[in-house]
Design a protein around this ligand. Sequence first.
Ligand SMILES: Nc1nc2c(ncn2[C@@H]2O[C@H](COP(=O)(O)OP(=O)(O)OP(=O)(O)O)[C@@H](O)[C@H]2O)c(=O)[nH]1
Length: 193
Amino acid sequence: MSELILASTSSARRALMDGLGVPYRTKAPGVDEHVPAGLPADEAVRMLAVRKARAVQERHPEAWVLGADQLVEVGSDVLGKPRDRDAARAQLQRLLGNTHVIHTAVCLLGPGGHHSETVEDTRLTFFPVPPEELERYLDTGEWEGCAGSYRVEGRGQALLQKLEGDRTNVQGLPMLSVVRLLRQAGFDFFVRP
Ligand SMILES: Nc1nc2c(ncn2[C@@H]2O[C@H](COP(=O)(O)OP(=O)(O)OP(=O)(O)O)[C@@H](O)[C@H]2O)c(=O)[nH]1
């Protein structure tokens, strides 16, 4: 099997792939993440996951390449990564006391034109918490680099009232689907290095 490249700069995605134990390396996708205005979140993440994977595959045509993208949908709002603490506060104020959906798309490209992709959704309901608790959570800094401004595997789990779906999908990769795509592509597991 030719090498696997994770087309991502995300430390959370790296951590998830490290846990799987399949040998891989990372390459930054380096793509423009703009999508047409009004595009539904699930279509936007699918478009971006494919764009990221294709950008890396162009540089490494013999490799297998896994790209991913994630957005948060709450009501009619679509949230990405907050640019600063104030943006993170505004995002969390939208999520607290409500139910939102995490849409994560993954795309696996491989030699010979292999192309598989999927979008996975996880529904999360957050407790309503007072402003002073929200400020304390912001002080943890977990909002940085996270779509939706929280880490489900970190302190942010204290906000979580209910989760329906794949928990790893929230962190950045729906590992149930990643394993399925890799197995369908012919990857072997538990191979001695
Ligand atoms: N650790 C952690 N990271 C999260 C969580 N929710 C979202 N994220 C991260 O938020 C980011 C979503 O933004 P994306 O645009 O999909 O990815 P990115 O961070 O720009 O990284 P690329 O893959 O290089 O595009 C990803 O890095 C996710 O891993 C979470 O609950 N825990």
